[in-house]
Design a protein around this ligand. Sequence first.
Ligand code: PEP
Ligand code: MG
Length: 325
Amino acid sequence: LRQRYAAIRHMPSMTHDGQQVSLLLNAGLLIDLQHLDETGADGIGLYRTEIPFMVRSSYPDVATQTELYKKILDAADGRPVTFRTLDIGGDKTLPYFDAGEDENPAMGWRAIRIGLDRPLMLRQQLRAMILAAAGRELRVMFPMIATIAEFRAARALLDQELTRAEDRGEPLPDRVKVGAMLEVPSLMWQMPQLLARVDFLSVGSNDMMQFLFAWDRGSPRLSDRYDTLAPGALAFFDDLVRKARSASVPLTLCGEMAGRPLEAMALIGLGFRALSMSAGSIGPVKMMTRSLDVRQFRPLLDQTMHRPVETLRTVLRSYARDRGV
Ligand code: PEP
Ligand code: MG
């Protein structure tokens, strides 16, 4: 199997009927960047900036952060890199930052909520990203956005930092693309306003599923209880793809489900054209993608997506088997 994945490494990630699907990597440490060449991934769809913060014993200053982000962009060598601003709080703690304690940490003071309440921290991070991306494309996304006001406030901090860099005569990024992570269900009912303001959207399905099903993503007792392909989830994705497409806003999914071939198959069937996953998943998901005939598969999905998820899984598995995956 390893050999079969290696054999398709340099082949395009395209469905059998010619639909291009970007397969991207999730990364958090510099060492993860070596997987880009190893897997033939199209870029970094999610760079979790909190990971390098978590392995340090003190807060990294702007210069340290700039150097790190530069190395990441250098290693990506022109392939797109999407930096996710700090997602700390919840289960991700920093030894040098006291985020206090919440009764429900996943829904507590975390991610962009901390960033907006401690704007200096977020501004320093954005400053470092701007410096690192001088002369290149900068892609930034904000985690756990729940309201348009939060997205606007976060984007305003980025704009402030861009103006500051310009005023100081610093070389600027060539292009800046700003996106929101879709992890909180409330955003689904603010789509027209959101889509008008973002350059791209990325579904953080780990958190989105957690909040859609009220399903603690870390609880071992619940790990088998819900299914990310259940009718409620698929109807959500279907609706989202239509909305993003009608506004021509690029849409990615970067939670764990993107890296599971059957899940990826359903997502591509629904219309996703970019998925971000861990390195070990690129080969299996690419193999599935290349075997998939979306035009033929879509009616099958439409017939079964509202049936019990066991039925859908049986249909997906037998389709994959028939296509030799
Ligand atoms: C997610 O929630 O799906 C996601 C990609 O972010 P994280 O797993 O880092 O919370
Ligand atoms: Mg998340």
